[in-house]
Ligand binder design. Structure first.
Ligand SMILES: [Zn+2]
Length: 251
C-alpha cells in the first residue's frame, strides 16, 4: 500500500499546499481519502484525473470535500469524453451537499459522474482495501478510517477531538496519520481538533508503529508541532510531519 500526501494543510490551504487529500494505491487501484480545497491541482502531479477509482470523504467541512466540485467538472466536461462513473463514499447527504456546493439541481446533481454511497460505522471493502470506519469527535458527522491491505494497516483520524474510537481504529496500525491542528496553549476548543501532544497520546495508546502528523494549520509553526508531539515520551515510535508530495510505502 502506497500513500501519497496530496494535501495536508489544516482548515484551509497553505501557501505551499492544498487542504486534506491522500492518495492510496494498491494493486493498481487508486483511492482518494478526502478531497479538500485545492487538492485537484496538486493531485495531477501524481495521477491523471481519469485514473482515480474511488473517493472517500471523511466529512462535509470544506477543507475535506469541496474539491469534489472541480473534480466533477474535469470528469464531466473533458472534450475527449466523460470519464467513467466512480463511487464517492461519504456521510449521509453527500450527493445533496455537493450539488448545492456547485449550484446544481439535486437531480441529477453530480450523480451522472459519481455513484454516491453513504458511509456507516463498521467494515466495508473499497477496491482491494479492507476499510473499517468509526465516528470521530467533531461537530459534524465525521469518519475515521482504518485501511488494511496485505496485512498492513493505515489509520487516518480525519478531524477529531480526543476520541477513544480513534485509539481502537489505530490499534497496532503500521502508520497513524493523525491530525494535529492545535499547539498547547490556553483553552483549545473541545471536541473539535487535537493538539500535537494529544495526537502522540492517541498513537501511544493505540500501539501504532509510526505517527505522521497532519492537518497542519498554516498559522502554526510546524517545528513546534513536531517538538510538542515528540516531548510526549510515552510514544516510542517515530514521529514526523506530513508534507505535500510525501510518499509513504506501507509494507
Ligand atoms: Zn472538520
Amino acid at each position: 500500500m502506497r500513500i501519497t500526501v496530496i494535501g495536508c494543510s489544516g482548515s484551509f490551504p497553505g501557501p505551499d499546499g492544498p487542504a486534506s487529500c491522500y492518495l492510496l494505491e494498491a494493486e493498481g487501484f487508486r483511492l482518494l481519502l478526502d478531497l479538500g480545497s485545492g487538492a485537484v491541482g496538486a493531485l495531477q502531479q501524481h495521477a491523471s484525473l481519469d485514473d482515480i477509482d474511488a473517493v472517500s470523504l471523511s466529512h462535509h467541512h470544506a477543507d475535506h470535500c469541496l474539491d469534489i466540485c472541480p473534480f466533477w467538472v474535469a470528469r464531466t466536461y473533458d472534450p475527449h469524453g466523460r470519464y467513467p462513473r466512480i463511487p464517492v463514499y461519504g456521510p449521509e447527504g453527500t450527493a445533496r451537499r455537493m450539488a448545492q456546493a456547485y449550484g446544481l439541481d439535486e437531480d441529477p446533481g453530480m450523480t451522472e459522474a459519481f455513484d454516491f454511497v453513504t458511509l456507516a460505522p463498521g467494515k466495508r471493502e473499497i477496491g482491494p482495501f479492507q476499510v473499517t470506519l468509526a465516528h470521530m469527535n467533531h461537530p459534524v458527522e465525521t469518519f475515521g478510517f482504518r485501511v488494511e491491505h496485505s496485512g498492513r494497516v493505515l489509520a487516518y483520524s480525519a478531524d477529531t477531538g480526543t476520541c477513544p474510537a480513534l485509539v481502537d481504529l489505530a490499534s497496532h496500525a503500521d502508520v497513524l496519520l493523525c491530525e494535529a491542528s492545535y499547539l498547547s496553549g490556553p483553552d483549545p476548543m473541545p471536541d473539535m481538533h487535537l493538539t500535537a501532544r494529544q495526537a502522540a497520546d492517541h498513537a501511544a495508546r493505540a500501539g501504532a508503529g509510526q505517527l505522521i502528523l497532519t492537518h497542519l494549520v498554516p498559522w502554526n509553526h510546524q517545528e513546534r508541532t513536531l517538538a510538542e508531539a515528540c516531548e510526549f515520551s510515552s510514544f516510542g515510535g517515530p514521529i514526523s510531519l506530513a508534507a505535500p508530495g510525501r510518499i509513504i510505502d506501507v509494507g
